[in-house]
Design a protein around this ligand. Structure first.
Ligand code: FES
Length: 105
């Protein structure tokens, strides 16, 4: 992979930009994310996170098993806005959350 290779397709971040972020002190995927927006696209880093971790490993020597995975935020997978907007679904989610708060789940 040369330095012009796009690593994060969603945000069009290339390897050179990732390396620059690492040279500025980034040591984790989330550090790179904050400096470049890499991982903030529609796939929420499902495509680019492992590539970025490999580049961090390559540049810093930090072993892959020591590199934390990216922090995931809900929703953990793509869902349609219609699903979120559906009142029946919203009511189910609200009741599950209420049950978990009451210790039911
Ligand atoms: S490829 Fe990086 S956020 Fe989708």
């Amino acid at each position: 992979m040369d330095n012009s290779t796009i690593v994060c397709r969603c945000e069009e971040i290339n390897k050179d930009e990732i390396i620059t972020a690492i040279q500025l002190g980034a040591e984790t995927f989330d550090d790179v994310k904050r400096l470049t927006r890499c991982g903030m696209g529609p796939c929420q880093s499902k495509i680019c996170s492992n590539l970025v971790r490999e580049i961090i490993h390559e540049q810093t020597g930090i072993s892959l098993c020591q590199l934390k995975p990216s922090r995931m935020r809900a929703p953990l997978r793509l869902i349609r806005m219609k699903t979120l907007a559906d009142h029946r679904t919203a009511n189910k989610v609200a009741s599950v959350l209420q049950d978990s708060e009451e210790g039911g789940v």
